[in-house]
Design a protein around this ligand. Sequence first.
Ligand SMILES: NC(=O)c1ccc[n+]([C@@H]2O[C@H](COP(=O)([O-])OP(=O)(O)OC[C@H]3O[C@@H](n4cnc5c(N)ncnc54)[C@H](O)[C@@H]3O)[C@@H](O)[C@H]2O)c1
Length: 239
Amino acid sequence: MNVVLITGAHGGIGLETSRLFKERGYVVIGTDLLDSTDSTFDKFFKGSVTDENMWKEIHDYIATKHGQLDVLVNIAGRNYFDQIENAQLSEWRDMFEVNVIGMVASIKYLKSLLKKSEHGAIVNMSSISADIGSVGYAAYCATKGAVDSLTKSLALELAPEIRVNAIAPGWIETPFTVEGLEKSNDPAAYRKQVESMHALERVGLPGEIAKSIFWISSAESSFMTGSIVVVDGGYIINN
Ligand SMILES: NC(=O)c1ccc[n+]([C@@H]2O[C@H](COP(=O)([O-])OP(=O)(O)OC[C@H]3O[C@@H](n4cnc5c(N)ncnc54)[C@H](O)[C@@H]3O)[C@@H](O)[C@H]2O)c1
């Protein structure tokens, strides 16, 4: 049976992705800062992606129980809003810790198990924010730019055994987005504006990102590595 490890598995995109892999017959191991008792998970680790001890524990669990890992999906992420004059350096540091160094840690500790799979694949969560500027969201945009660069370099380092790709969504309907919309003075008007920025005139659904993640991790995309795949309902072409 194929085994997948998903970070940020309690979140909007993480849970939908976990459910899709489960439907497709995978053993699903989840991890998140927040605990989960969802029956989707064969095993769940509560903790921060920045905690090396947690990654050692996850490595040892998978090595003992399954002997190999087929897919690693790095979804965990956070956001931080402030314009540069108010920037809290501790927040900036934590943004990089969670959004970038958390991925470095998962890949460092699980690489040897992915190498044991005949089709090891890593999927990193980027964002169209890596390619567009966004007032007040410089920290978020910068971390996603770093995710893209990390993805390309590690795709080279880990080839040919392990493919490494990233998915870059537009706005997706999750608690993450709702929190962003609610920072506006008029969330309803802001939502309409955000929807109209996508050529498809709506925000995306977590399930639509889950399907892209599944596809880029599967044999259907076997000649792809180092790619940043944009899944944005036409946001970038429309702006
Ligand atoms: N929702 C969007 O519009 C959108 C668009 C582009 C990219 N993304 C990216 O998709 C990913 C998931 O976003 P989402 O929309 O599902 O948000 P979400 O807030 O629902 O999920 C994020 C999850 O990450 C977890 N997390 C945060 N810090 C963590 C840490 N230190 N260790 C472990 N887990 C931690 C949270 O607990 C949460 O469950 C993020 O990386 C985000 O940047 C989201």
